[in-house]
Design a protein around this ligand. Structure first.
Ligand code: ZN
Length: 231
């Protein structure tokens, strides 16, 4: 695996308190993604790479909250909208990034789902599938060709972000050791892996990606030494 750091961005999806153990919509062992993501973000920024973090950012009374619909409970599906417990309410501590996430490396934060009547799983398009977050324009303007995704949750925001990234022509890598799934409804994580595989998304560990950056640098310096000898 070769990672051209100038054309690659790491995207850390929704590492927020409400999605981590103790949160209102906790993903089992969700906080375990933070270590590998911090290591990769550090590897990126040391080499001049870009790191983006996304955040769910809902107003009170958001359409995705079961509490916003009389007689409904979390887990119900209303039209196509899955209903969740209240989570990541704008300005609440639940919406804060987990304190262990290294934000020093992050150069852009994309907040999504901030309209009361529109949910957003993907970092690229909200759930009407046509309202852009602006991330596509940002990446394309900068000449980014590869995105590396990790975070929460495998079967929702990572999945939809990865599918959209692949659909807009980006080489898309998801980090097997830096994402965790909700697992609701049953089998959703397995289906997410199949959908991503079918869409051409590459599965790799953070260690493989880091090694890919190192090998590129090694090749560069070797070429430079060869060039100097020729001169
Ligand atoms: Zn949400």
């Amino acid at each position: 695996m070769t990672i051209d750091i100038a054309r690659t961005t790491l995207i850390e999806i929704d590492i927020q308190n409400d999605f981590c153990p103790g949160g209102t919509l906790a993903v089992d062992r969700g906080d375990e993604v933070i270590g590998p993501l911090n290591a990769l973000a550090d590897g990126f920024t040391r080499r001049g790479g870009r790191v983006i973090a996304t955040a769910d950012w809902h107003p009170a009374g958001h359409i995705s909250f079961a509490s916003s619909h009389a007689g409904r409970k979390a887990g119900d599906v209303l039209d196509t909208q899955v209903l969740w417990p209240d989570h990541c309410v704008q300005g609440s501590s639940g919406a804060d990034f987990h304190k262990a996430l290294d934000l020093k490396s992050v150069n852009l934060i994309i907040r999504k789902g901030f309209r009361k009547n529109l949910d957003s799983y993907s970092a690229f398009f909200e759930n009407d599938r046509k309202t852009p977050t602006g991330l596509e324009g940002y990446l394309k303007f900068l000449g980014i060709e590869t995105v590396i995704l990790g975070g929460l949750a495998t079967d929702y925001c990572v999945l939809y972000s990865a599918l959209d990234a692949a659909a807009i022509g980006l080489r898309t890598i998801v980090l097997t050791d830096a994402m965790r799934g909700v697992g609701f409804p049953e089998g959703s994580v397995e289906r997410a892996f199949k959908s991503m595989h079918d869409a051409g998304v590459i599965l790799a560990s953070s260690v493989e990606v880091l090694a890919g950056i190192h090998s590129l640098l090694t090749t560069d310096s070797t070429d430079r030494r060869r060039g100097e000898r020729r001169i």
